[in-house]
Design a protein around this ligand. Structure first.
Ligand SMILES: O=C(O)C(=O)C[C@H](O)C(=O)O
Length: 286
């Protein structure tokens, strides 16, 4: 997985059902705007608010509709649920599985390494590690990443810590492995690319896929200053749709662009009128 991949939002109807028609339309909407791969059931997909059957169906619909590779989110706090979701994703046609660090209970490095090693040993599709401390309170250590990077079925990692130092340490340790290192923080995309990232899984790429793709292309073309300047133009929008207003804000911003984002699912609530006005102004400035 290289380039830009949105953790694709899951459109829900006003009464909270998965809107499969809107999901299919959304695949086309982001693909037409330059994304390189898709990540159904990522964090911004509200995967934790869906049942296992709903997640499997979402992956199936996206894999059926997509014309780019699919990296399906399959992680849960427990090994059995993750094992089953990863098998379901493989059956549904996903190209690889993005597995969030086990959370809820705390685990030491040896336990985290064994968890991923056991999963990678039996998974039918390649595994990507996923470190997102803001949601899980779990930081995957560079030492564990280093141990797992040489496993033949561990294909990469998404680092959503937003910590550039950790990112640089991970890149140094995995540079000689066949290992895709993806950044999960749109505010530092150009910096991560300059530090050796192979791409990004970005909430921002749901609402501004063109901008994220342009940053990546500027990097590929060797225009580091251009990538940095482009990144600065979307840093406030990125903040607003992540730390600022979360998934409800992301979907409101997407709707402001005419994207079939649908509604957030409970317990999320729609953004306030003031927040919507703020988001619409940021979208208008794109
Ligand atoms: O939603 C996800 O999954 C992400 O990786 C989002 C990413 O962490 C970001 O903040 O854009």
């Amino acid at each position: 997985m290289q380039g830009i991949g949105p953790p694709l939002v899951t459109p829900f109807t006003a009464d909270g059902a998965v809107d499969e028609s809107a999901l299919r339309d959304l695949v086309g909407w982001v693909e037409a705007r330059g994304v390189d791969f898709l990540v159904p059931c990522g964090s911004n997909s509200e995967a934790e608010l869906m049942t296992a059957d709903e997640r499997a169906r979402v992956v199936e619909v996206v894999a059926d509709e997509a014309s780019v590779p699919v990296l399906a989110g399959t992680g849960s706090p427990g090994f059995e649920e993750t094992r089953r979701a990863t098998a379901d994703a493989a059956d549904a046609g996903a190209d690889a599985a993005l597995v969030v660090t086990p959370f809820y209970y705390s685990h030491d490095d040896a336990t985290l390494e064994a968890y991923y090693r056991d999963l990678a040993d039996e998974a039918e599709i390649p595994i990507y590690l996923y470190s997102v401390p803001a949601y899980t309170d779990v930081k995957l250590s560079p030492a564990v990443v280093d141990e797992l990077a040489t496993h033949p079925n561990v294909a990469g990692m998404k680092d959503s810590s937003g910590d550039v130092t950790t990112f640089v340490r991970e890149r140094r340790l995995t540079r000689d492995a066949d290992f895709d290192l993806l950044v999960g923080a749109g505010g530092v995309l150009s910096h991560a690319l300059a530090s050796g990232a192979d791409g990004g899984v970005l909430a921002l790429a749901n609402v501004a896929p063109e901008a994220a793709a342009e940053i990546y292309e500027a990097h590929v073309d060797g225009d580091a200053d251009g990538a940095r300047e482009l990144n600065e133009t979307v840093v406030e929008l990125n903040h607003a749709v992540t730390a600022g207003h979360g998934v409800p804000g992301l979907k409101a911003a997407m709707r402001a662009r005419g994207a079939p984002a649908g509604h957030p699912r409970r317990p999320f609530r729609p953004v306030s009128d003031d927040a919507r006005a703020e988001l619409e102004a940021l979208v208008d400035a794109l």
